[in-house]
Structures are given as structure tokens and as C-alpha cells.
Design a protein around this ligand. Sequence first.
Ligand code: MG
Length: 292
Amino acid sequence: MRFYTMLREGREIPCASSDGQVLYPIPSVASINDLISRGVLVDLESLKSASENADDPLLKPLPLAEAELLAPIPHPLQDVVCLGLNYASHREEAARFSDTAFGGERPYPIFFAKRVNTAPGPEGTIPSYPGLVEKLDYECELAVILGKDAFGVAPEQVKDYIFGYTVLNDVSARTLQTRHKQWYFGKSLDGFTPMGPCIVTADEIAYPPALAIRCRVDGELRQDSNTENLLTTIDEIVSMLTQGMTLKAGTIIATGTPAGVGMGMQPPCFLKSGDKVECEIEGIGNLVNYVK
Ligand code: MG
């Protein structure tokens, strides 16, 4: 199943779809966060008939092509958990850009967080912050969404905690990221975490995910890899963190980006106003955003 959030006459409406053709509003939940944290099970057949017979016109089915989509989780409950330098190819290009910031031995995974007040959805804009941000960059990533609270999870149990997957662009201001010793500020500006177009539930994707992951800027292919190339796997990420911290239902984990970001190009080439950024993962969809 696929979960979406659409905006209809100013209201954020959580929806389900089997094939991404028609969206069926889910009236029993306030949001996709609500659906996940309460463990609400959706039966698409009963949802179809309920929405077709709904009195409220905002709760009627709508073809995807006519829907204004938001991020599937427009307002994450907590900061997004991120992995840094989690593809070997990206580790090399990042160290070439700045050995001080990204080089050296990294025997353990790099975890950091990203504040996300509101995640831009498909067709949403990425602000460029003239005067504050000089080196604006993209990072196409597979995001994992947990379906239940996780603590002390063994690697072989991790897959049972996964609700689904989406595409996330870990937009980064390289100057801010590297001049501060922590990456938090340079990754957390408003509008820096586009997500979508949907969450595909875990049962629809073979585990561990081995999915083509690509990014295009103005049609030019920049990133082209596969999620099977993660250095620290999803099993390892969730198991390691939950040895000492609870990851709540609804937690979003951005698993890192492959080579091909702007700072890795020779010479580096950053985003500018008007650019079209497409982040695509096989089986999930293409997340398109424009730099403003
Ligand atoms: Mg990243």
C-alpha cells in the first residue's frame, strides 16, 4: 500500500492507495503520524466504499493527477535521524571537497539529526537563502519510517519494526555545514527536507531494500546508485541506536546519499534559484522540487 497526504481546500488529508492512481482519504486518522503511532490498519476495499459514499466532499476519492500532494509526513514528530557518509563513493567525494570536514578514519557510523518543521512535498520549493547560504546542495536518500517503538532490537528483528519507505532530499548548505563543527544548522533550515511522493509500506519491498537511487538536476543525471550499497545497513543502524535509545513509532531515518552531489563534482557545482531537482528511488517514486 501507498500512503500520501494531500492538501484539499486548506486541509491536510491522509490518504491510501493501492497503485498510486486514485487516493482514498482515511477519515479515521488525523494524519499519517496518527495512523502509525496508533497502529491503525487500513483495509483498502472498505476504505474505497466508505470514501465513495462520504458525505464530506473533501473525503471523496481523488485521482492522483488531480491531487495537490504534501510530503506523506509533512510534520515529523521528531528530528529526522540521519546517516553521514554512508556510501563509499560519497565518502570519497566528500573528503576530496574538504578533508578537514569529511576525511579521516571513520570506524563508526556518523549519526546526526535534521530539524524538520514542515517537509516540502512533491513540487514544493527548496529555499536558497541568498546572503546566508552559498553552497546549496542536494542528497537523494532512502528514508525508513518505523512502525512501532523500538528499543533493544536485534539486527535480525529490525525488519519487523519498519512501517515503510519514502524518498528524502537531505538538502545541505555546505558552508554552514562545514564552518560549524556540527552539521545541524546547515541541514535544518526551513524547507531543507523534501519528502515523498508517498510512503510505500514495507511488505511491498523485498528486505533489505536493493533499489536504484538517482538524482537529476535540470534533467542531468547526477547520482546513480543502489540502496544495497549502504555501508551501515538498516539492520545495523536501528539495532545500534536502540541499544541505548528508544526510536519511537514514526521515526524517520535518512540512510545517507551516494556519490554525485554538487560538492563532489569537479569543479563543485551547487544549486541555484530555478533549478529542478528530481530524487527518484525505484518502486517508491520521483520527488521533484524547485529551488526558489
Ligand atoms: Mg545526507
